[in-house]
Each structure stands twice: as structure tokens, then as C-alpha cells.
Design a protein around this ligand. Structure first.
Ligand SMILES: [Zn+2]
Length: 150
């Protein structure tokens, strides 16, 4: 099993079913857009759906779907430095790179680093807390002025 993949549309339907949620055209359109975008705000997802014309949505309805699914753990979310909520279609353990100029997140897949950090953290204690995980974000900006995202 490849654990470094987001759920495809069939797997997503099964996830919805597991949570007693109907596979509405809106929810399916949101996931389809998320599969293409990876990390995206409600605005970006709405725009992508409107471009494709697969379902009738508003930013508010998309935001509701995204936050609901994030609450259920189907998506992760991150707050960007320009104060936008970004949803992440990938919920497996990974690090992020954040482009501080374009406000874009990229996944950094590095299992070796993840297990190094995990084994190091297994010896750490924070008094009064149970450590549940870690969240690492590399930051940077493009080296060239003209930079294409993708
Ligand atoms: Zn990610």
C-alpha cells in the first residue's frame, strides 16, 4: 500500500460513507479539486470547481465542507503567514516547505527525517502534556524574481 497518496475519489466516497455523509456533488467536487491542488484555501477550491463547472458551490459552502472534513481528520489544515486557512489533502506524515513570497505550501516527503524526529521526540517530555505529534515547516523564498509555481 502506498501511504504517500491522498485518497482517490472512490476511497473518498468510502470515507464519507464511514462518517455517515452523503457523497453529494459538492463534496465530490471539493475532493476532486483538492486532489489537484494539494494545499488550498476555500477560495482556491471554489475557483477550481467553478472552472470545471462540476457542481454549484459558493465560497461559504466550500469552506463548510472543508472545515467539516478537517474536523473529521479527512483533511489537515494549516494557517499561512498571510492569515489564510489552507487545507491539506495529504494526511500522512510529512513536512512542509512554505514559500513566503507566493504563500504556497509544498510537501516535503522525507521518511528518514520523520523517523529520526520521532525517535528523538520519544525521549522528550513536556510537563503536563502528552506529545501527539510534530509539525515542521521549512520556509524560504524564490531565488529568481520570475518564478513559476508548480
Ligand atoms: Zn502537505
Amino acid at each position: 500500500m502506498n501511504t504517500h497518496k491522498c485518497p482517490n475519489i472512490e476511497e473518498f466516497k468510502a470515507i464519507l460513507k464511514k462518517h455517515d455523509l452523503k457523497a453529494t456533488p459538492q463534496r465530490l467536487a471539493v475532493h476532486e479539486a483538492m486532489m489537484g491542488l494539494g494545499h488550498a484555501s476555500a477560495d482556491m477550491v471554489t475557483e477550481a470547481i467553478k472552472e470545471k463547472g462540476t457542481a454549484k458551490v459558493t465560497v461559504a459552502s466550500v469552506y463548510n465542507i472543508l472545515t467539516h472534513l478537517a474536523m473529521l481528520g479527512v483533511y489537515h489544515y494549516r494557517l499561512s503567514a498571510n492569515n489564510k486557512m489552507y487545507f491539506d489533502v495529504n494526511t500522512f506524515k510529512h513536512l512542509h516547505f512554505y514559500d513566503q513570497m507566493n504563500h504556497v505550501f509544498r510537501d516535503v516527503i522525507d521518511d528518514e527525517l520523520v523517523s529520526l524526529i520521532e525517535s528523538h521526540l520519544s525521549r522528550k517530555r513536556v510537563k503536563g502534556y502528552k506529545i501527539e505529534g510534530f509539525d515542521i515547516q521549512l520556509v524560504g523564498r524564490p531565488t529568481r524574481k520570475k518564478y513559476t509555481i508548480g
